[in-house]
Design a protein around this ligand. Structure first.
Ligand code: SF4
Length: 421
C-alpha cells in the first residue's frame, strides 16, 4: 500500500478523536539555526473535523488495526474498515515533510492496539524519540497514551511529548464495561494518576531550578541547568457523549472529579458519531451537536467561573438546556441572586452575571475603583448590555421586574441564543 493511501486511511481514522487541541508547552524554537520547528504560541489549528471543529496538527493513527472491540469505535477488531499501518520511520518522515512544507506545526499521534499495549506504546514513543533526538524537532507533539502500557513507557512518552492524553471514553464505569469491555476504568485512572505525579514532579523541579542562583562560567552566557521537562502542556482526556445513557449531570460530575484528582488540562467532549455496522447497543442517531457545545460551556463555567458541576445541571432533570447557555439557565433559575450591584458586588458574584466574561469582570473591577459605574459605561467596557442589564444594577439603572419574571426574560433572551446554533 502506498504512503498516500495509508495517510488517507489513518488520518480519516483519527478524526473521531477530539482531544487534540494544543496549548501551553515548553517554548522551543530553532531561530538560532539549530533544530527544526517551533512550538511558540498556542492553538495549532490546521485541520478541521467534518462538522467544522478545529482538530489541528498532522493528526494520524500509527495503525487502525486494533485488538480491542470497543463498540463505539470504527477501528474495533470486529469492524470491516480498510486497515493500514505506518512504520515508525514513515510517521517521522511524514511529520518532517508536512512541517517543512509549512502545513502543520506538530503531530498528534494515536494508535489502535496491536500485539499489546506495551508494543503499541513503544512504537508511539519511538516516533517521538526519533523526532526529538535524531531530528531535533521542536514542534508540538501530542501523544495518545495506552493506559495499560508499562509505567516506564508512559514516563518516556512524557519526556518527548508536550501533551499526553488518555481517553476516559465514557463517564461511568458501567458504561465503559458495557461498550468497551477490554478497557478498565481503574487502569485508566491509575495511568492518569501516574502522569499527574510525573507532571507535578517536573513542575516542582522547574520551580526549584528557577529559584537557584545563576551559574557563571567565564566566557559563557550565565545560565541555569534546566531540569528535564515532562509533558509541559499537561494531560487531557476525551469523553464520548451520547453513546451510553449517561446524562449531562453525570458527565460533568466525572469531569469535575477528573480535574480535581488528576489536574487535567482539559476534558474534551465528543458527540457520538454513528459508525458503519454498529452494535445494536448503540443509539442509531448522533446526539444534537448543541449538546456537546453546552457541555463545553458548562465545563468552562467550572474551570473559570467558580461553578460546581451539580449547580449547573440542577433543575433540568440532569440535562443542560439546549435553548439557553448554562450560565443564563442558572441565572434564570436563581432570580433571588439578582440583580447584582455592579459597583459593590465581589468578583465571584460578577462572574455569575450572564454576559460578563472573565476579562469584562476584570475591566469592571478596575473601572469602578475610579468612578461609580453607570449603564452607559458598560458599552465603553465592551459588555453586551442587552444581556447584562436585566441582571445588574448600576448608579442609574435598576432592572424592571415583570409579573412573568424569569419566564419573560427567557423569552426575550433565548431566541437570540437559539439562532447561534
Ligand atoms: S482500543 Fe481504541 S482504537 Fe481500539 S477499539 Fe478501543 S477505542 Fe478503538
Amino acid at each position: 500500500m502506498d504512503l498516500n493511501t495509508k495517510l488517507a486511511i489513518l488520518a480519516d481514522a483519527a478524526k473521531y478523536d477530539a482531544s487534540c487541541a494544543s496549548s501551553g508547552g515548553t517554548p522551543r524554537d530553532s531561530t538560532q539555526g539549530r533544530g527544526l520547528g517551533s512550538n511558540d504560541g498556542t492553538g495549532i489549528c490546521h485541520s478541521y473535523a467534518p462538522d467544522g471543529r478545529c482538530i489541528s496538527l498532522l493528526k494520524i493513527l500509527l495503525t487502525n488495526f486494533c485488538l480491542y472491540d470497543c463498540l463505539y469505535c470504527v477501528n474495533r477488531v470486529s469492524s470491516n474498515v480498510r486497515r493500514a499501518r505506518f512504520t515508525v520511520d514513515e510517521v517521522v518522515q511524514l511529520t518532517l515533510d508536512f512541517y517543512r512544507r509549512n502545513l502543520v506545526e506538530g503531530l498528534f499521534l494515536s494508535s489502535g492496539i496491536i500485539r499489546g499495549p506495551d508494543h503499541t506504546m513503544e512504537q508511539v514513543v519511538e516516533v517521538a524519540r526519533r523526532l526529538r533526538q535524531e531530528h531535533d524537532f521542536r514542534g508540538y507533539i501530542h501523544l495518545k497514551t495506552i493506559p495499560d502500557a508499562a509505567p516506564e513507557l508512559l514516563q518516556a512518552a512524557g519526556r518527548y511529548a508536550d501533551r499526553l492524553s488518555i481517553n476516559i471514553e465514557l463517564p461511568t464505569e458501567a458504561g465503559l464495561a458495557q461498550l468497551a469491555p477490554e478497557k478498565d476504568t481503574a487502569g485508566i485512572r491509575r495511568s492518569m494518576a501516574r502522569l499527574r505525579v510525573h507532571i507535578d514532579d517536573a513542575r516542582g523541579e522547574a520551580a526549584e531550578a528557577a529559584a537557584r542562583p545563576l551559574r557563571f562560567v567565564p566566557g559563557a552566557a550565565p545560565r541555569r541547568a534546566a531540569p528535564p521537562a515532562f509533558a509541559a502542556a499537561g494531560q487531557s482526556t476525551q469523553m464520548i457523549v451520547g453513546a451510553d445513557g449517561a446524562d449531562d449531570a453525570t458527565i460533568l460530575a466525572t469531569s469535575a472529579q477528573l480535574y480535581g484528582s488528576y489536574r487535567l488540562k482539559r476534558v474534551y467532549y465528543s458527540a457520538f458519531s454513528p459508525i458503519p455496522d454498529a452494535s445494536s447497543s448503540l443509539p442509531l442517531a448522533a446526539p444534537p451537536l448543541v449538546r456537546e457545545h453546552r457541555l463545553y460551556q458548562a465545563d468552562w463555567l467550572m474551570r473559570h467561573y467558580g461553578f460546581e458541576a451539580r449547580e449547573i445541571t440542577e433543575g433540568g432533570g440532569g440535562m443542560l438546556s439546549l435553548q439557553v447557555d448554562p450560565k443564563l439557565g442558572w441565572a434564570l433559575a436563581h432570580p433571588e441572586r439578582f440583580p447584582v450591584d455592579l459597583n459593590r458586588a465581589p468578583r465571584e458574584l460578577l462572574l455569575r452575571v450572564p454576559g460578563l466574561g472573565v476579562k469584562a469582570v476584570d475591566r469592571l473591577l478596575l473601572a469602578r475603583r475610579v468612578r461609580r459605574l453607570r449603564a452607559e459605561d458598560l458599552k465603553r467596557l465592551r459588555v453586551p448590555t442587552r444581556k447584562v442589564l436585566p441582571f445588574v444594577t448600576t448608579a442609574d439603572h435598576r432592572p424592571a421586574r415583570t409579573a412573568a419574571g424569569p419566564a419573560a426574560l427567557r423569552q426575550t433572551l433565548a431566541p437570540e441564543q437559539a439562532v447561534l446554533f
